[in-house]
Design a protein around this ligand. Structure first.
Ligand code: SF4
Length: 266
């Protein structure tokens, strides 16, 4: 007897797409009503966003603020200012952030690109076509996709969804990811199911950060006060008597990983 091998379905069906869009918008609405507007990214200029996005890697925002204030108070928060400092001097000013030696190098490398190719003109740098600007940022050693996309969204105003570890954890607990998806797959999930709107993407990412930071904690999520409790698989499993380990198991058919590849950004 022959069995016809079923083709793996890579794209969600129309029904799933509509369902997922509604789900993602429902999650957004619940978070927005709970936390209110986050006014993210907290910065006075696009250049400050660039600096903050690099400094915030693996450190709390409070420490980033201290480092940015050090640069601001001494009037070094500019391309010219950062390039005028020696590596050691810059490292001392941004010392409150971890890995300040590597971060000093990254800041200088980005500033060098802006100087050498755009004559210190940050606006011209940020006006580059989205894909070209992203590639340019990713070529700087130590600048990854999350940092590059944060700069694209919050400094350049491009409709690019930023993915971080909070996003991954929350989606997994909601039953929409299995935890092994790539950055691009999760980004595609949001970008292909939501209106490509800078305000929506900016607010949505900030709200997920707020939930991940305050409520959906890694080891002990605070489900009783969570605005997503009504739509969360993890919470439903706990309520049904599962242990935390059991509640964390994959949801069969979590659909985030079914589609791969990056949706071109505008
Ligand atoms: S209900 Fe609990 S597990 Fe689910 S998103 Fe909220 S805090 Fe996280």
């Amino acid at each position: 007897m022959f069995f016809r091998k079923r083709k793996r379905r890579l794209l969600p069906s129309n029904g799933e797409q509509v369902g997922l869009r509604e789900f993602l918008l429902d999650v957004y609405g619940r978070l927005y009503r709970h936390f209110g507007p986050r006014h993210w990214w907290p910065a006075d200029t696009p250049f400050e966003v660039i600096v903050g996005a690099i400094l915030t890697q693996q450190v709390s925002w409070g420490n980033v603020e201290k480092a940015i204030n050090n640069l601001k108070e001494r009037q070094y928060l500019s391309v010219a200012g950062i390039l005028a400092l020696s590596h050691e001097e810059l490292g001392l000013l941004i010392r409150p952030t971890r890995y300040f030696n590597q971060k000093a190098q990254r800041l200088k490398d980005v500033c060098r690109v802006i100087r050498e190719e755009f004559g210190d003109d940050v606006d011209a740098f940020l006006k580059e076509e989205t894909g070209a600007l992203r590639n340019r940022l990713l070529k700087v050693r130590g600048v990854g996709k999350e940092t590059a996309d944060s700069i694209l969204l919050y400094a350049a105003g491009r409709p690019v969804f930023v993915i971080d570890s909070y996003t991954h954890r929350i989606l997994q607990r909601l039953g929409r990811a299995h935890g092994r998806e790539t950055y691009d797959e999760l980004q595609c999930l949001f970008e292909s199911h939501l209106p490509r709107d800078v305000t929506l993407f900016s607010e949505y990412h900030a709200l997920l950060v707020a939930l991940g930071h305050h409520t959906c904690l890694k080891s002990r999520p605070q489900c009783s006060g969570c605005p997503l409790a009504g739509v969360c698989v993890y919470q439903a499993r706990l309520a049904a008597g599962a242990t935390r380990a059991e509640a964390s198991n994959d949801v069969p058919g979590a659909i985030a990983g079914r589609r791969s590849g990056r949706v071109p950004t505008g």
